[in-house]
Design a protein around this ligand. Structure first.
Ligand SMILES: Cc1cc2nc3c(=O)[nH]c(=O)nc-3n(C[C@H](O)[C@H](O)[C@H](O)COP(=O)(O)OP(=O)(O)OC[C@H]3O[C@@H](n4cnc5c(N)ncnc54)[C@H](O)[C@@H]3O)c2cc1C
Length: 421
């Protein structure tokens, strides 16, 4: 990749790019592709060397992407390149469970056939998604990707921004976007505060293989210690596990060897897919809720985990991030077409207004669901069983849940409706 020119500069002088994106995880590349499609010049800086992440072996990381996120990826030209490696989620079954007794008979059941738009979500493996993001960015003349480069400081001026890399080089643009994850340095340096709390839970993430086919069914078992999600992967006989446990217990489980780890998982998982075997690397993620008190500052916007990190109970983190991407891209491209300054406060306000309420509502919703379900209190258990029974009995309410899971509710940006901006 070419080294950037060093024209760090404000006020009418030449800038390296229109938009400088710090963070090339998943939301950063998606935003870069959306902006470049409309002729904006984008530089993406990522601390990780691209080859370190772009490995081809399966490591167990996968995302459930809502139908609306699929539509965005489709417009960006990404979906066509991963389509034959994704697993549609055709049904979701949720039930109470106990470690020693397995899952109770399911008490919530969503079937994609209840909405006309198609499968409500898709399981996509990180290795496929990231590799295509890299290839599409490399093929886009409007995007410069600088991998293995750490941003260490930023300066915000009246007409532009500049950042300094650990190498000492500087880059400039009209707008700075932080997509640098849940410990966002861009947000921190801009004085944007975060609120949130630690769940004292850790997610154990891996993949298993099983002799019986999953038929595209996602399962969520609500254990008192935390939810266990079993998510169907491409091929029919592998599933991803997102297994939330109290932090101390998760540390102990992660320290076990593979056989003992499986011995701890099996009673929770049950035997409905036959005897399970490990089929991916074992990861742990401490779970936190973290929301910034603003999505924007002077000449700066945040997207994805940099703005919000939510509990993975409903697999919504990346989906929320892609909603940010869709909204910010639309606001910036429309402003650019009208000849407005894309870093102006009133332009960035439109993005903030669009996204902040939606995100806070969803994050707190996930938090409430986690509290309600990671609990063995008999009164809460009765309350939630009655509530779930009501949902099951009311097709209109159930359809509403399915549409929410598919990401189809609310004021959707054009990309999430499958339309060009
Ligand atoms: C257990 C678990 C399961 C999940 N499952 C799902 C799911 O099923 N569906 C779903 O939608 N979401 C899911 N999520 C959430 C999802 O993984 C995240 O929302 C998503 O990966 C965030 O992407 P991002 O691009 O915003 O941030 P990240 O992927 O964290 O990327 C941030 C990037 O910024 C770079 N960076 C950081 N600092 C600097 C710097 N100073 N200079 C340059 N670069 C920098 C880093 O190198 C990194 O590449 C899950 C999360 C967890 C923990």
């Amino acid at each position: 990749m070419d080294k950037p020119s060093l024209c760090a500069i404000f006020g009418g002088m030449k800038q390296d790019a229109d938009i400088l994106i710090v963070g090339g995880g998943l939301n950063g590349p998606a935003l870069a592709l959306a902006l470049a499609q409309s002729g904006l010049r984008v530089t993406v800086v990522d601390a990780r060397p691209a080859p370190a992440r772009a490995q081809t072996g399966f490591d167990g990381r996968a995302y459930s992407l809502a139908l609306a996120s699929k539509r965005l990826l489709n417009v960006l030209g990404v979906w066509a390149r991963i389509e034959d490696q994704v697993q549609p989620i055709l049904q979701i079954k949720a039930s109470d469970g106990h470690a020693d007794r397995g899952a109770a008979p399911f008490f919530l059941h969503f079937d994609h056939a209840e909405i006309e738009e198609g499968p409500m979500g898709f399981m996509v493996e990180d290795r496929h998604l990231y590799a295509v993001f890299l290839a599409e960015m490399a093929a886009s003349p409007g995007i410069t990707l600088l991998s293995g480069q750490n941003v260490v400081s930023q300066d915000i001026g009246a007409n532009g921004v500049s950042v300094t890399l650990a190498s000492g080089d500087t880059l400039s643009a009209r707008l700075l976007v932080g997509s640098d994850g849940r410990n966002s340095g861009v947000a921190l340096r801009a004085g944007i505060k975060r609120l949130g709390w630690d769940y004292a839970q850790t997610a154990l993430v891996t993949a298993v293989s099983h002799p019986l086919p999953h038929h595209g069914i996602a399962h969520q078992f609500f254990m008192p210690e935390g939810p266990l999600a079993i998510l169907p992967l491409h091929g029919g006989t592998r599933s991803q596990i997102v297994w939330s446990e109290g932090a101390a217990r998760a540390t102990a489980i992660q320290a076990l060897d593979d056989e003992d780890y499986l011995a701890a998982l099996r009673p929770r998982f049950g035997d409905f897919l036959g005897d399970i075997m490990l089929a991916g690397t074992r990861f742990t993620y401490p779970l936190q809720l973290s929301l910034t008190n603003s999505f924007t500052a002077a000449r700066l916007a945040l997207v994805g985990d940099a703005a919000h990190a939510v509990h993975p109970i409903a697999g919504q983190g990346l989906n929320l991030g892609l909603r940010d991407v869709g909204a910010l891209a639309q606001v910036l491209i429309e402003a650019h077409r009208r000849g407005e300054d894309i870093g102006a406060a009133d332009v960035l306000d439109r993005y903030q207004q669009w996204r902040r309420f939606d995100t806070t509502a969803l994050a707190l919703g996930m938090d409430a669901v986690n509290t309600l379900f990671s609990n063995d209190n008999p009164i809460l258990r009765l309350g939630r069983d009655l509530g779930m029974g009501a949902i099951n009995a009311l097709p209109a309410l159930r359809r509403r849940f399915i549409r929410t899971a598919a990401g189809l509710d609310g004021d959707l940006p054009r990309l999430l409706r499958g339309q060009q901006i």
